[in-house]
Write a protein that binds this ligand. Structure first.
Ligand SMILES: [Zn+2]
Ligand SMILES: [Zn+2]
Length: 245
């Protein structure tokens, strides 16, 4: 009975590949991506920057070029895939074309590939809250959901830690990040977030976002949280940029 029910659900709501949006074949379901996209998808593994988790192309280094130059206000970030190839358009659909179901695939890969990281950072004490990077409210209204929240909710089930959606809010007038260069991005972000007093006091937080590029967003949110008593901040992202460009 259960099997039939699952099959009907599969017909009504077919699972799609986050790379090309094609409907997955039965033998592709466990991977979450179709075979073609799987081949092009580059997972973040091997030697990684100790801070942001970018893949290092020079194994003798401990940090990527960005992190060697500057201090981040978060403690450590890890990501699943290189932001390159089919996943680039996938992330766009995830954000703008109502494909929040991709979050199931991403969090399955969090379970597969980032559990060691999540266990390690909790060795000396559990994470006490998951915070998705907030979007501004008009974007939420337009799109109907925050893609970081969709991931955070599933990670919450995975590691049994509650999500705090309103601990940090986005200030209204932030410019579109896409049009800005890295320096402008940082300036634009300095006042982009504000702390929302809810009475909860958290010490160790896991931030969740879709794409890590320079870390400027993570830094801004982390600064706001650390200014309000949070001691340790870790983060996970679906995609991350390359150290080479
Ligand atoms: Zn595909
Ligand atoms: Zn780095």
């Amino acid at each position: 009975m259960k099997e039939i029910f699952r099959e009907i659900l599969g017909v009504l709501f077919p699972k799609r590949c986050p790379g090309c949006d094609g409907i997955l074949r039965v033998d592709e379901l466990s991977q979450g991506f179709c075979i073609e996209c799987m081949e092009e998808l580059e997972r973040i593994e091997g030697a990684l920057c100790m801070k942001c988790g970018k893949k290092l192309y020079d194994n003798s280094k401990e940090y990527c070029r960005d992190c060697a130059k500057m201090n981040h206000s978060f403690d450590m970030n890890r990501a699943l895939y290189l932001y390159k190839g089919p996943i680039v358009e996938g992330m766009y659909r995830f954000k703008y074309s109502n494909r929040r179901q991709y979050a199931d695939v991403f969090v399955k890969d969090v379970e597969r590939f980032l559990m060691d990281f999540l266990n390690n950072i909790q060795k000396d004490g559990a994470i006490d809250g998951i915070v998705p990077i907030p979007m501004n409210q008009s974007s939420v209204r337009k799109r109907g959901y925050n893609q970081a929240e969709a991931i955070a909710e599933r990670v919450s089930e995975l590691i049994d830690v509650p999500v705090y959606k309103n601990l940090v809010l986005r200030n209204k007038s932030t410019k579109k990040m896409k049009t800005l260069d890295p320096v402008e991005r940082r300036l634009n972000l300095i006042n982009a977030f504000k702390y929302h007093e809810t009475g909860v006091k958290l010490k160790k937080i896991l931030l969740v976002d879709d794409i890590y590029t320079t870390g400027a967003t993570m830094d801004s949110v982390s600064t706001v949280l650390k200014d309000h008593g949070v001691k340790e901040i870790y983060s996970i992202c679906v995609c991350i940029g390359s150290d080479q460009e």
